[in-house]
Design a protein around this ligand. Structure first.
Ligand SMILES: [Zn+2]
Length: 185
């Protein structure tokens, strides 16, 4: 009898993985984002050699996924790096604000920069105050520009409704691609 949820050891020729047997039809694999371990779920009756072959055939994908996960930097904390991020963003904003305030035909709103844990930016239209996450400095100029334009658009449209997205499409046609690259915080 097969024991469900039992971890089994595998030969060294195959990338190491932790196996869980489940009542399922197909084999599934993921790389744990914290430990970088390969975790495989396989149907109760699938022979081990087939699971090994599957994992071995996806060796490149595993390496890529690990590299991707490792490249995600640790969250920004107060200190020197945060100060460098602030200086970088201030420099970018010096270039971006005149261009985008002219584009939207607005008086520059107040922009503050700080470490934010749940969002890339925020906008209080009533007080015309925009806040940008310092973390954006680590993601690049295009990402900072995308979030700035998003927040500037909120000066006109409070919610993420069709009119908001029409504004974004009009002013920054590639915003969807930038948003996808930035990803969630
Ligand atoms: Zn928004």
């Amino acid at each position: 009898m097969t024991r469900p949820d039992s971890a089994e050891l595998v030969p060294a020729s195959v990338p190491a993985y932790v196996l869980t047997r489940k009542r399922m039809r197909t084999v599934r694999m993921r790389v744990d984002s914290r430990t970088l371990e390969v975790r495989v779920s396989a149907p109760l009756t699938m022979p081990l050699w087939r699971i090994d072959a599957f994992v071995a055939s996806r060796r490149d994908w595993i390496a890529e996924r690990r590299a991707e996960l490792e490249s995600v930097p640790m969250p920004l904390v107060r200190g020197r790096e945060a100060q460098e991020c602030r200086a970088m963003l201030e420099e970018w904003l010096d270039a971006l604000m005149p261009v985008w305030c002219a584009e939207f035909d607005i008086v520059p709103p107040h922009v503050s920069l700080r470490i934010m844990r749940t969002q890339w930016g925020s906008c209080r239209a009533a007080t015309r105050r925009i806040t940008l996450n310092l973390e954006l400095a680590r993601r690049g100029f295009d990402m900072a520009e995308y979030v700035l334009v998003h927040e500037l658009a909120h000066l006109f449209e409070l919610n993420h409704g069709p009119r908001f997205y029409a504004l974004m499409d009009h002013h920054l046609p590639d915003w969807r691609e930038r948003k996808a690259r930035l990803g969630p915080l």
